[in-house]
Design a protein. Structure first.
Length: 148
């Protein structure tokens, strides 16, 4: 019999401050990873903010100070070594086995969002259920959270 799990919720990088990181210990491969919105570096020229992204193909993390002029930056122009796109506006997935990765994890021409759209992403964090099926979903039997 497959182990029962509640349908996972979506989590987004910008909703997690460095003081409240999203710690994902993968229930499939047991890999641990931690995601938070930014890192602050103190340099001789002052503070530098590095924003966190995840490659939507291989799952690798990258920090970048890249900022687009016309909105809140959610994707990097430079691709990952694997050719994938780094984004921070999509559901976080396991970088090791891709558990929690879904069709949503793909590239888009859209590199920025408005402040209001970023607000919406933060509100969806931990409140919106993932749509089945997604990667590795065959490992578990999914049950609906009866508390909702
Ligand atoms: Zn990649
Ligand atoms: Zn995993």
């Amino acid at each position: 019999m497959k182990p029962q799990r509640l349908i996972p919720l979506k989590y987004f990088i910008p909703a997690h401050s460095p003081y409240r990181p999203f710690n994902l210990t993968c229930p499939v491969c047991e890999h641990s990873s931690s995601f938070s919105e930014h890192m602050r570096l103190n340099t001789s020229n002052g503070c530098v903010y590095l924003w966190a992204y995840q490659c939507q193909d291989c799952g690798k993390k990258r920090n970048s100070d890249e900022v687009q002029e016309n909105g809140v930056t959610v994707a990097l122009q430079e691709p990952c070594d694997c050719g994938g796109q780094f984004r921070r506006d999509r559901n976080i997935f396991c970088p090791n086995c891709h558990y929690r990765k879904s069709k949503e994890n793909c590239r888009s021409e859209k590199l920025t969002v408005t402040k209001e759209e970023m607000e919406q992403i933060n509100q969806r964090n931990g409140t919106e259920e993932m749509t089945l099926p997604f990667g590795k979903s065959e490992e578990f039997e999914w049950v609906v959270d009866s508390a909702n």
